[in-house]
Every structure is written in structure tokens, then in C-alpha cells.
Design a protein around this ligand. Sequence first.
Ligand code: FAD
Length: 188
Amino acid sequence: MSLMRLAYASEATFEAKPVEKGVEPHVARILMTSRKNNARGKLVGGLYYGNNRFFQYLEGDEDEVRKTYDRILQDDRHRNVVTLIEEPVADRTFSNWSMKYVPLSRDVQRFLESQGLQKFEPASFTSAQCEQMIELIRNSSHDQKLVNHDEARTVRETPQAFSPGLKAGLIVAGLCLLGALFFAGSML
Ligand code: FAD
């Protein structure tokens, strides 16, 4: 089975919404799907999102990488996809991550400054800059514990008839009432 690696840059088509739990909600959905599919296909890599741009790195079995990239290319949540790296590799270079996510972090800001770049524009990265981005992703310990926002909303919006505190209060009140009735009964 031959291994390959692939990196591309693209431009998001959605308007960024306020970050929830450290991740832009559209990106959170993309990550949910990616993690599910990439773990199944034993693909590893990372996704950077910032300045409305994506940089993604994928590594794994050639068939899986190509199948996944075909789906990614058809996704209308981004456009102007530019393939930056597409080549065979001898070994996997990432550990057991299905898809690392790193928001535009201080490390990337530092990297952009060191390159004299004003903005995150991965489509115009040189191959050396691509390698540095991949290295930043590889070394990043940053992980977002993601929840499905639809699920999170459902859970939050499910009306709770009684809070745990209120339940405890009602039990105590019930016991007091029973005690009072028992006491009143014994006095008659
Ligand atoms: P589905 O079950 O078809 O969809 C999963 C979820 O995504 C659903 O909630 C669905 O509503 C939503 N969704 C799908 N397409 C769209 C759309 N066009 N607009 C809005 N919501 C949509 N997929 C991977 O498997 N691995 C990756 O590494 C990966 N990286 C990506 C990086 C970027 C920048 C983008 C934009 C997409 C990426 N995707 C990736 C997603 C990929 O493009 C496909 O949407 C996905 O692979 C379809 O998989 P599925 O059939 O299992 O998901």
C-alpha cells in the first residue's frame, strides 16, 4: 500500500460567525466530519483556519487521500483550492491524530512575522513555508474538544422541569410535611 501526502490552500465561502468553544461553527462542523471519516480511512493531518483561509495537510494511504481530496474539492464551503504538495511518502510522520485543528495561533503569527507576511495567505506560500506550516501543525499540542453544535443546542434547550437543587428542596419539604402530619396525627 503506497502512502502519500497532500497540502492545499483555499478560501472559505461562508461568513465567519463568532467563535464558539474556541472554533468557528462552520469549521467545527467540517472538523466533526473530517475526524469521523479520516479516522475510518486512517488519514492523519491538520487543518488551519484563519483570515477566512484554510490550509490543510493530509497524509495516509494514497487511495484514501485521493478519495478524500476529491470530496473536499467538491465542497462549496470553500473555493479557489490550490494544491501545494502532492507526493508519495515513505512513512507516516504524524502520530495517531485523525485531524489536528489549530486556530490562527501565536505560533502562526510568529511564523508569518518571521516571513515578513502581513496576512495568512497560504495559497501563496513557498514550498519551504508549507513545510514550516506542516511542522507547526505536527508540533501543535492544541486540541479543541469539539461537540456537535446541533447536539449541544438540543441538550441546552431541552427544558428541565426541576433542577437538581429544586428536586432536593422538594424532597426535604415533603419529608417535613410528612413529619408534621405524623406529629399532628399523634397529638389527636
Ligand atoms: P456528510 O454526512 O455528507 O456530511 C457531514 C456533515 O457536513 C453534515 O452535517 C452536512 O450537513 C455537512 N455538510 C456536508 N457538505 C456540506 C456543505 N457543502 N455545506 C454545508 N454543510 C455541509 N472531509 C473529510 O472526510 N476529511 C477531511 O479532512 C475534510 N477536510 C475538509 C476541509 C475543508 C476546508 C472543507 C471545506 C471540507 C472538508 N471535508 C473533509 C468535508 C468534505 O468536503 C465532505 O463534506 C465530507 O467528506 C463528506 O463526508 P460525509 O459524506 O461523511 O459527510
